[in-house]
Design a protein around this ligand. Sequence first.
Ligand code: ATP
Ligand code: MG
Length: 235
Amino acid sequence: MTRLSSGNIDLDKRLQGGFPEGECVLITGEPGTGKTIFGIQFLYNACQEGKKCVIIATEEVPEKIILHGKALGFDLEPFVETNQLTMIHFLELRANNLAEGYTNVCMHIDDLNNLAHIIQDDVDVIILDNLGTFSIGIDLKQFRDKLDTLAYVLSNQKRTSLIVMDATAHELTHRIAEYSTYGTIRLMTKENPYTGKMERFMYIPKMRGTKISLDIINYDITEEGIKLFPAKANR
Ligand SMILES: Nc1ncnc2c1ncn2[C@@H]1O[C@H](COP(=O)(O)OP(=O)(O)OP(=O)(O)O)[C@@H](O)[C@H]1O
Ligand SMILES: [Mg+2]
């Protein structure tokens, strides 16, 4: 299986080289666990490898994503300038629709499927941050069905995609999204029972076609992005 680097060398080692190319991986976590930074790191690396990329952001505006990336040493701006990276601010699209007289501005997962269909053929990598925005208020069966379709379409088009989903929407949808995607990574903060301090942990419950360890991985968010602690520090 061909792999695409996650942008984190230590995580790649735990994934037999990286994310399975052309497949869809879900990343979930509570606020501030580093989901967006994880996405920026992956995106920056994919751009550096010459992949054509798109990020669909539902909350943060592109300018802020660029700013946060720069602060961590992942400067996405040159890739935007050369059109290798396209940043789509979903909320802005909806707001423009409202300005043009449309009354329904709720984000609907159908919009996402439509968008996946119109993304240029030569795009290799897609990041969606945050799927949770589309899951609230629709019934579970419909959500599962639409997400299955999205994951199928993206995989059929051989696009490697990273879908971010906030933990609240993920719990409200009974973590059903994990069945639709090829792999899942959960980010969390927990009290370390040995030190009594809150620490960051990453858990990979699933990555199809990949030998993974179910060990919980200790990580931190540093000024150079997400860093995994050496294996011996992990349990
Ligand atoms: N330059 C930096 N140096 C160190 N830590 C940073 C830096 N920038 C951000 N962080 C840490 O990363 C956290 C935010 O990460 P990120 O925005 O990726 O979280 P998130 O999981 O996407 O949150 P949300 O659910 O709100 O979207 C901050 O709360 C901060 O602790
Ligand atoms: Mg975020």
